[in-house]
Write a protein that binds this ligand. Structure first.
Ligand code: ASP
Ligand code: MG
Length: 426
């Protein structure tokens, strides 16, 4: 029998109607002769509402209690969903993360899954029941406490269940039709992608595409889980995120795949420039050791050539805005020791990333990207590349225009504008 794991996000179960609609969909899958395991998120924006409530009670809620509170959201949706399925005449049973055997480390608020022991889920499946699991939550064996996986973590729950139960497919239901070549709200001619490798999906997610939780994609890649991202509002085929079979050495794989998968943007980063750094060995190491101690996730780094006259150089890098202040403070405290002249902070930057496995074997992708930006009159401030991605930093207010220009230049435009459903974006 085929085993299908389905994940439904908060927007798909935002009210009783939504729960009933999703229940029908699950029952249809069951009736088609499949075993079904469902991971469900909290209803609508209820996780945010619980968070707001916690902050009304205290400015810094205790992490253990916050996890207790937030996991209540998924308990509500899982129980309601199981009831709705039962009322349609099918057996269904809901399980919390700990009942489902979702074992994590002890990190409240961002726990990592270390083991999945789905004994009770297997029993329920063997007895013919549809299994509903609370997304986003787990249990630590040492502290015996309830944990959460971080915001948006239900995707990861679904993928971990699919891996542990050796499911045939993991369907991620959302309020859009799949993964798009760019954000349809910014690029109206964005196209739905039919198939994308998990490697490309990972780069897109890391570059600002929000449709899938990055940790879920990582998990799927590591455990060989195939994902199907699709809408819960229609029956259209969505996007398959797959792990290509490794090709023999030296052979080009997927030659018929498009060179570019998509283009994403990110406005959440800021640029820090360390001005007037002595151009001698060890300075970059010093600077980034100081920054690393603040736990900042440094993304792009650019060092200019030093001027012969002064022997000084500038080093710029990007970090999430939320971590910018801490990095600045740490650097500023070490100014005398490192010997730089000053610091600059710029939070008006935008990042654009072009992603595609095909660029490995295609020369001229960066030239074409830079040319498209040039024709649109957009100045590039920083550039970084990986095997399958090229990222550039521009002014924040030109990144949307850059996105459209690049989308067109790489022939990604669809003939018709994409339909964009509401979506809360929260
Ligand atoms: N309910 C949690 C959140 O809003 C988990 C999820 O939606 O995946 O972050
Ligand atoms: Mg949610």
């Amino acid at each position: 029998m085929t085993l299908i794991v389905q994940k439904f996000g908060g927007s798909s179960v935002s009210d009783a109607e939504g729960i009933k609609r999703v229940a029908k969909r699950i029952v249809e899958t069951r009736k088609a002769g499949n075993d079904v395991v469902v991971a469900v998120s909290a209803m609508g924006d209820s996780t945010d509402e619980l968070l707001d409530l916690a902050h009304e009670v205290t400015p810094i809620p205790a992490p253990r209690e916050l996890d207790m509170l937030l996991t209540a959201g998924e308990r509500i949706s899982m129980a309601l969903l199981a009831m709705a399925i039962k009322s349609l005449g099918h057996d269904a049973r809901s399980f919390t993360g700990s009942q489902a055997g979702m074992i994590t480390d002890a990190h409240h608020g961002s726990a990592r899954i270390v083991d999945v022991t789905p004994v009770r889920l297997r029993e329920a499946l063997d007895e013919g029941a549809i299994v509903i699991v609370a997304g986003f939550q787990g249990f630590n064996r040492d502290t015996k406490d309830i944990t959460t996986l971080g915001r948006g973590g239900s995707d990861t729950t679904a993928v971990a269940l699919a891996a542990a139960l050796d499911a045939d497919i993991c369907e991620i239901y959302t309020d859009v039709d799949g993964v798009f070549t760019s954000d349809p709200r910014v690029v109206p001619l964005a196209r739905k992608i039919d198939r994308i490798t998990s490697e490309e999906m990972l780069e897109l997610a890391a570059s600002g595409a929000k449709v899938l939780h990055i940790r879920a994609v990582e998990y799927a890649r590591r455990h060989g889980v195939t994902l199907h991202v699709r809408s819960s509002f229609n029956n259209n085929e969505g996007t398959i995120v797959y792990n290509p079979a490794p090709s023999p050495e030296g052979e080009e794989s997927n030659v018929e795949d498009p060179i570019i998968a998509g283009v994403a943007s990110d406005l959440s980063e800021a640029k820090i420039t360390v001005v007037g750094v002595p151009d001698v060995p060890g300075k970059a190491a010093e600077i980034f050791t100081i920054v690393a101690r603040t736990d900042a996730n440094v993304d792009m780094i650019v060092q200019n050539v030093s001027s012969a006259a002064t022997g000084l150089t500038d080093i710029s890098f990007t970090v999430p805005k939320s971590q910018g202040q801490a990095a600045l403070t740490a650097l500023s405290n070490a100014q005398a020791e490192v010997g730089f002249e000053s610091l600059q902070y710029d939070d008006q930057i935008g990042k654009l990333a072009l992603v595609g496995a095909g660029m490995r074997t295609n020369a001229g992708v960066s030239a074409k990207l830079f040319d498209a930006l040039n024709k649109a009159g957009i100045n590039i401030e920083m550039i970084s590349t990986s095997e399958i991605r090229i990222s550039v930093v521009t002014r924040a207010d030109s990144v949307n225009e850059a996105l459209r220009a690049v989308h067109t230049a790489f022939d990604l435009d669809a003939e018709q504008a994409a339909v964009v459903h509401g979506g809360t974006g929260r």
